[in-house]
Design a protein around this ligand. Structure first.
Ligand code: RTP
Ligand code: MG
Length: 155
């Protein structure tokens, strides 16, 4: 936090498969909430990659369904930056569960008719989770594996 107590944070936001085609609506919401998009990609996860991403939930009854759902089609992953970005994005999403959602309709999960695991999006729940999850989607080490060995010699 700076002298004014303002914390600029980074968080990972995911748009789940049912809403990736509505990315424009989410960008408007993000910008009007004083967050900015500093990284973005659309990609598909394999079942095993999704299981790794959600490893903390592996003992939960919804784990298999969740992993199957998020690996069923393309996702949009974004790094969002701004004041209190971790909680700000989760506030925009709204509560996970439907009974609570009906009591607080000012969020995208209730506005978009989310239900169960098909609940629009994901947001990191702490700075530590954000660091891990951002590294998962946007690795900081480039590596020299297959398909990544060509280098321009001019620059
Ligand atoms: P998220 O991680 O997706 O941002 O959501 P969250 O923190 O509010 O919820 P979390 O407890 O971390 O759960 C991760 C995802 O699992 C699915 N879920 N289904 N049927 C259920 O009771 C249930 N509980 C969780 C949701 O897709 C949730 O986003
Ligand atoms: Mg969570």
């Amino acid at each position: 936090a700076n002298k004014l107590g303002i914390k600029k944070e980074r968080t990972l936001a995911i748009l789940k498969p049912d809403v990736v085609t509505k990315i424009g609506d989410f960008l408007e919401l993000i910008y009007s909430s004083n967050l900015i998009v500093t990284k973005a990609k659309m990609s598909c996860l394999t079942c095993n990659q999704a299981a790794d991403f959600y490893a903390e939930h592996q003992s939960k009854p919804f784990f298999n369904n969740l992993v199957q759902y998020v690996s069923s089609g393309p996702l949009v992953a974004m790094e969002l930056m701004g004041t209190d970005a971790v909680s700000a994005w989760r506030r925009l999403l709204g509560p996970t569960d439907s009974p609570t959602r009906r009591e607080s309709p000012q969020n995208v999960r209730s506005q978009m008719g989310a239900e169960g695991i098909k609940n629009v999006g994901h947001g990191s729940d702490s700075l530590a989770a954000a660091a891990r999850e951002l590294e998962f989607f946007f690795p900081s080490t480039v590596g020299l594996g297959p398909g990544n060995t060509a280098r321009c010699t001019d620059c």
